[in-house]
Design a binder for this molecule. Structure first.
Ligand SMILES: Nc1nc2c(ncn2[C@@H]2O[C@H](COP(=O)(O)O)[C@@H](O)[C@H]2O)c(=O)[nH]1
Ligand SMILES: [Mn+2]
Length: 796
């Protein structure tokens, strides 16, 4: 029996040594000591290195560390295996991390990319964590180029600028934060002139709209002070001086480059020295230069905010490293040296001098000097602490105090007016940067030269509402006019904004805009039953009555259980009265084609000729006017299982098809999709965000497979109660929930019974709930608001 190190599994930094003795069983002693030392009563699980459970009391010889947990999964280091390429050549996987936590999913991804044809070496740094498809915090050496491995934020990186090296005193973070205004608006200067300084003469739609903006997600600009200089004279930084870290990339430009490369294939391979590689590298280099220019402009704007000047100069840049890129290096793997393309996906270069290693907004950051010959680490270093938890995992549903999120334990201030981002980017979401640095120092690949302390972290303000005019309208309106510089500029801006808006829709689909089509034909041509004014009138020959007729009231259902068109319109978010809404001619034609086609022909028609937005409009319109049967909905949805992120099923001739959800779930839920996309990239497919079920049914088995990406869900006038208590787990991102017109929620007692079972605090994003013609007891309203900053809007 000897000494063993006990590590607290939940954070991996708290540890102590315990001397085991023969008198007391090892497991019991470890737990007892750990409960005392860590002051955590519920510790009950002991893991051995690699994650194996210590079930009986005896430790094998050779064990030196154990991890104690309250039951959460093992978070210690994991051993990696040697990968093998598809052909005969072997690829090598190296993990440079022993103290840092590395998620199993990230290792799986690392092993996966190591197996790709042409890849010889995959290195995971201590900041390694899962990306949506490929790992982040790694370098991959390959014969050719895989654009998807670099990701869509090509050129993203971190730069450090000098603001005031010798201030009289440390500036007040709150004052600094309030000075940071106007940074979301497009820059008022000339992007072309700014870019020209970086050798960029090619215009892009993103120049006017995005150049000089930080962007969302993990990007940030941070005013900081030098806490400690470890290597004298390094970078000329002074303790107590004011500096600025800027982390941003090529904004929508990189996304557009990756999108163009991945039209036919999701992970294409470009052989080295092919014409295609030259073409891709030209675009890649454009993004890298653009991202540098962007960081410099962000820095310039920020310094202008805090030290306004009529003749501003660019702040002095001390370092600028790109962490998403591909560059060629000579690497010796096995016997021989070869020129290989090193893909850095969240990895700093180690051949360009000092590199920043940011921790988080609530931790210190480091400046590191690379050491060694670069062979072991493929001339790369960790690019930061790396995420420890995925974004979804940060939404625990427990009550969060806004002030505690905008003020960090280090006394710094956070400017972030997006509540979800504020939660997702909490310091706890990131690994321990000290461990990350130690792991690299232990591996002999760097030494720290200075330590930075955050003062103000700028993420985003809600001060600029981008114009969302459809590109086509803007283009058309300006087609025949001479284009002045101003108009040209505006056009570029709108194009950029339009693209950004599309990306936003892909990612959040918060706003599903209703059509505002001008009437083209009289409404009564559209609905069969209202075909002609000459037709003998039915008892209620209004549109509302027709919808009711079309819905074929189920046997035994009373009139209360059927909802009229206006009510349906309210569910769909259409504000106009239905009879005033007339479909576009294209919709009418499509509706007729749908009627005329066989199932097979319809599927082909939809697949090959009808764009998503038209199919979506038809689904919406039909939901109002003449609900479609299941098979037609299926044809309109195609393989994706939804149309443009949305699915509307109005019964009773239609019901939710399991195939719909399977398809939608398959495309949406990559196991690590919620971790990080590393950028504001678009996904190859639109995730399903909105599901509307009216007057149909939803079985428990379907409820359990609802796509996790849903932000808007309507379960309206359903004939049978559904297991609402499953919602927080199945739809964690839910923002809008419509439970209107459900007869099983009509009385207080019934509403209490069904709504009372839901842990509403776990629906952290919920902002609106509609309960038209339903009851909502006061106790439920209280529960709805528990743990929320803003009151959930209740619509009745
Ligand atoms: N000093 C700060 N560091 C931060 C902050 N948010 C994130 N981070 C660190 O930066 C890297 C960036 O990684 P990427 O994959 O998004 O390019 C990340 O790993 C964190 O360690 C912050 O607000 N301040
Ligand atoms: Mn980045």
């Amino acid at each position: 029996m000897g000494a063993i190190t006990v590590v607290l599994n939940s954070n991996n930094t708290k540890r102590f040594a315990v001397l085991l003795n023969a008198a007391e069983p090892a497991r019991a002693r470890i737990l007892r000591e750990a409960q005392n030392k860590f002051r955590v009563k519920a510790l009950s699980v002991v893991y051995l290195a690699g994650g194996q459970l210590l079930v009986d009391d005896d430790l094998q010889d050779g064990e030196t560390q154990v991890w104690v947990s309250k039951g959460e999964p093992y978070s210690g280091p994991t051993q990696t295996k040697k990968g093998k390429q598809k052909g005969e050549a072997t690829s090598e996987v190296r993990l440079i991390a022993s103290k840092s936590f590395v998620d199993d999913a990230a290792l799986t991804q690392l092993n996966f990319v190591a197996q790709l044809p042409g890849v010889s070496l995959a290195i995971g740094f201590p900041d390694l964590h899962p990306g949506s498809r490929f790992p982040i915090g790694c370098s991959l050496a390959a014969e050719g180029i895989y654009p998807a491995l670099i990701g869509s934020d090509v050129g993203c990186g971190i730069a450090l600028y000098e603001v005031t090296p010798n201030p009289k005193s440390i500036p007040n973070p709150q004052k600094l934060a309030s000075a940071l205004q106007g940074l979301e608006e497009p820059w008022s200067g000339s992007p072309a002139a700014w870019l020209a300084d970086y050798g960029i003469t090619r215009e892009s739609p993103f120049d006017a709209s995005s150049l000089g903006t930080v962007g969302a997600g993990n990007h940030f600009a941070e005013l900081c002070t030098v806490e400690k200089v470890v290597e004298d004279g390094a970078l000329d930084v002074c303790e107590g001086g004011l500096y600025l870290l800027v982390h941003t990339g090529s904004r929508g430009l990189g996304s557009s480059v990756l999108a163009a490369e991945t039209v036919a294939e999701s992970n294409p391979y470009i052989p080295s020295d092919s014409p295609h590689s030259a073409e891709y590298l030209e675009k890649h280099d454009h993004c890298v230069a653009w991202a540098r220019a962007n960081r410099d402009l962000v820095a310039h704007r920020i310094v202008q905010c805090i030290i306004p000047s009529d003749a501003p100069t660019k702040p002095r840049k001390l370092v600028d490293v790109t962490h998403n890129s591909v560059t060629k290096h000579s690497l010796t793997i096995g016997e021989s040296a070869r020129d290989l393309w090193v893909h850095r996906k969240g990895a700093a270069p180690a051949d360009q001098g000092i590199a920043p290693c940011p921790g988080s907004r609530g931790h210190l950051s480091y400046l590191l000097r690379p050491t060694g010959d670069g062979q072991h680490n493929a001339f790369s270093l960790a690019h930061g602490a790396g995420r420890r938890y995925g974004r979804n995992a940060m939404h625990t549903g427990t009550k969060t105090n806004k002030a505690s999120l905008t003020q960090t334990a280090l006394g710094s201030v956070v400017v972030c007016e997006d509540p979800a981002l504020l939660i997702e980017e909490q310091p706890d979401a990131y690994k321990d940067v000290e461990c990350v640095v130690e792991d690299m120092v232990d591996a002999g690949i760097c030494t720290p030269v200075a330590v930075l302390r955050p003062l103000v972290t700028y993420k985003v303000r809600k001060e600029y509402a981008a114009p969302l005019l459809p590109l086509t309208d803007v283009g058309r309106r300006n087609m025949n006019r001479p284009r002045s510089g101003v108009v040209q500029n505006k056009l570029h801006q709108l194009r950029g904004e339009n693209f950004r808006h599309q990306l936003n829709l892909h990612q959040t689909s918060r706003a599903i805009h209703s059509q505002t089509s001008a009437p083209t034909l009289p409404a009564n041509l559209f609905s069969d039953a209202a075909y002609s004014e000459d037709k003998p009138r039915r008892a209620h020959n209004t549109r509302e009555a027709l919808f009711v007729v079309n819905l074929k009231q189920p046997a035994g259902a009373d009139s209360e259980s059927v909802i009229n068109a206006e009510e349906r319109a309210s569910v769909l978010g259409f504000n106009e009265k239905p009879q005033h809404r007339v479909p576009k001619l294209t919709l009418l034609c499509l509706r007729l084609l749908v009627e005329a086609c066989s199932d097979e022909a319809l599927e082909q028609l939809c697949r090959d000729y009808v764009p998503g937005h038209l199919r979506r409009d038809l689904l919406r319109w039909a939901a109002m006017a003449q609900p479609l049967p299941t098979r037609t909905i299926k044809a309109l949805c195609g393989d994706q299982g939804h149309v443009d992120g949305e699915l509307i099923v109005v019964g009773p001739d239609a019901e939710l098809h399991e195939g719909h959800l399977r398809a939608a779930t398959d495309t949406d839920t990559c196991s690590s999709a919620d971790w990080d996309t590393d950028d504001s990239s678009t996904q190859a497919t639109t995730p399903m965000r909105r599901l509307i079920l009216i007057s149909t049914s939803l079985s428990l088995s379907l409820m359990l497979v609802l796509p996790r990406t849903l932000t808007s869900l309507a379960l309206v006038n359903l004939q049978r109660p559904v297991s609402l208590h499953r919602l927080p787990a199945t739809c964690p991102l839910l923002e809008d929930l419509d439970l209107s017109y459900n007869t099983w929620l009509a009385s207080e007692r019934e509403a209490e019974e069904h709504l009372g079972k839901v842990t509403w605090s776990r629906c952290a994003h919920l902002t609106r709930i509609a309960l038209r013609r339903c009851s909502i007891p006061a106790s439920i309203v209280r529960e709805l608001n528990r743990g929320k900053w803003d009151e959930v809007q209740v619509i009745q």
